[in-house]
Design a protein around this ligand. Structure first.
Ligand code: URP
Ligand code: ZN
Ligand code: ZN
Length: 471
């Protein structure tokens, strides 16, 4: 791989910006140099990347994606090959996906199967969280084993989807107590699935079958109530670190903010869909079109204050991370499974390619600083999930770099920029400021000159340590 010098750019970290050159030796960052001084130190790089007038930032870390997730009678449309390649196109050099233990399954088997699916397929580095959907003596023991031996240090549970992934409060408490002992982080899908199922049944009985009823049967109270309950259970379990995933609503954010002020170890993420998309402009489109935007938690009304509050939450660190919850399904044959019954539409949308682009608009709009963009999309997800060599540009870190052109523009859409494996774009027609210029994954250039130059199999599994926030 040799040496690569990225020269002339402005290096942005979570704490500041400066003109500097970045030297990568093999797979790792070797030095951050005063600009233009490499030759003074006798350094002649094998390859030079000119980053003049560009930003040089750590490769993105998307801590919540679902490649090939079985859901609602089908499987999410991106696999590890296509999804990790699309991630690279979006400046993301690490993804964290999930192994999934549902009722009756053995945790080790599900993790082993996920390793087999991903091995040799990925274009950028990857790691796993473990979903726990059947709490029993064996799965509790396995949780501890995964933390101590497998580099899997976070567990996702679901208060939603009864009969599929759902766990009740007692099961959640037991798993949290276990995590509290091992030092693991608990991730929670916080929606009251039991109440939601009642509302869904009532809506369908009234003949309300269109996609928009997906959101109307998951009101924000069902998210904030579950968020509140998860926080209380985490406290009972010894203040175990709790990370609320895909937060969509103002009231739920208030619960997190209150817990943080009480000194509890509560963290949260949001996703681009909750910052930009709405019931009115997307989910309630005529006919069945809105099914493209069915995901859980649901996107919310633009006439309420969710978008504004979530941007504020990101600024104030109430929301520490932006992930995508990338889980796309094609409109044809997949979303169409829910024609005539919104509850049968597979839940999820795609965006792994667009997170860096969309959150950079927060900088353009004055919602956050460049440093906060890097912090929420690169540095904090790495620290939160114990990815020790990711999310920063410093000697010894992996040579994962995004060269970002702030003067370029990106047009998102199936006939424009779209490298994910589904037949529509969740952000069709978005034209955004800034552009992915060059992407380097562990010392290897994978995207340059609007061309993909990486290879399948370059991406390696990364074992994670405990969350750096608390250990
Ligand atoms: O709609 C979603 N979010 N689908 C993926 C599964 C999950 O709950 O994260
Ligand atoms: Zn979820
Ligand atoms: Zn998810």
């Amino acid at each position: 791989m040799g040496t690569t010098l990225i020269t002339g750019g402005t290096v942005i970290s979570a704490i500041g910006r400066r003109l500097a050159d970045v030297l990568i030796d093999g797979e790792s960052i070797a030095a951050i140099l005063a600009p233009g001084h490499a030759e003074d130190y006798g350094i002649t790089a094998d390859r030079v990347i000119d980053a003049t007038d560009k930003y040089v930032v750590p490769g993105g870390v998307d801590a919540h994606v679902h490649m090939s997730l079985p859901f609602g009678g089908t499987v999410s449309a991106d696999d590890f090959d296509t999804g990790s390649r699309a991630a690279a196109w979006g400046g993301v050099t690490t993804i964290v996906d999930f192994a999934s233990q549902t009722f009756g399954l053995d945790v080790y088997d599900t993790l082993g199967a996920r390793h087999e699916e991903a091995a040799g397929e990925c274009h950028v580095d990857y790691a796993f969280h473990q979903i726990i959907g059947d709490v029993n003596e064996d799965s509790l023991k396995a949780m501890t084993y995964l933390v101590d031996n497998e580099g899997v240090t976070s567990f996702k549970m679901f208060m939603a989807y009864p009969g599929v992934f759902y766990s009740d409060d007692g099961q959640i408490l037991r798993a949290m107590q276990n995590a509290s002992e091992s030092g693991a982080l608990m991730m929670m899908h916080a929606e009251n699935g039991i109440a939601i199922d009642v509302l869904v049944g009532q809506a369908l009985a009234r003949g309300e079958t269109d996609p928009k009823y997906h959101a109307f049967t998951r009101p924000e109270e069902t998210e904030s109530e579950a968020t509140h309950r998860a926080i209380k259970l985490a406290r009972v379990a010894g203040n175990v670190p709790l990370y609320i995933v895909h937060m969509s609503a103002s009231e739920a954010l208030e619960e997190v903010s209150r817990a943080q002020h009480m000194g509890l170890n509560v963290f949260a993420e949001t996703c681009p869909q909750y910052l930009y998309l709405s019931i009115e402009d997307h989910l309630a489109q005529p006919g069945f079109e809105g099914s493209k935007w069915v995901c859980s938690t649901p996107i919310r009304s633009k006439h309420e204050h969710h978008h504004k509050d979530l941007w504020k939450g990101l600024r104030m660190n109430e929301l520490a991370v932006v992930s995508t919850d990338h889980c796309p399904f094609c409109f044809k044959d997949q979303k169409e499974l829910g024609l005539g019954d919104f509850s049968k539409i597979p839940n999820g949308m795609g965006g792994v390619e667009h997170r860096m682009e969309l959150i950079y608009q927060g900088v353009v709009m004055g919602e956050m600083t460049l440093e906060r963009w890097v912090e929420t999309c690169c540095t904090t997800p790495a620290r939160m999930f114990g990815l020790e060599k990711k999310g920063v540009l410093e000697p010894g870190a992996d040579g994962d770099v995004l060269v970002w052109d702030p003067n370029g523009k990106t047009k998102i859409g199936v006939d424009d920029k779209h490298h994910m494996n589904f037949d529509h774009s969740s952000y069709e027609g978005f034209e955004v400021q800034g552009k992915v210029d060059t992407v380097v994954s562990r010392g290897r250039v994978v995207v340059e000159n609007d061309t993909y130059v990486g290879v399948k199999g370059h991406g390696k599994f990364v074992k994670r340590s405990l969350s750096n926030y608390l250990h």
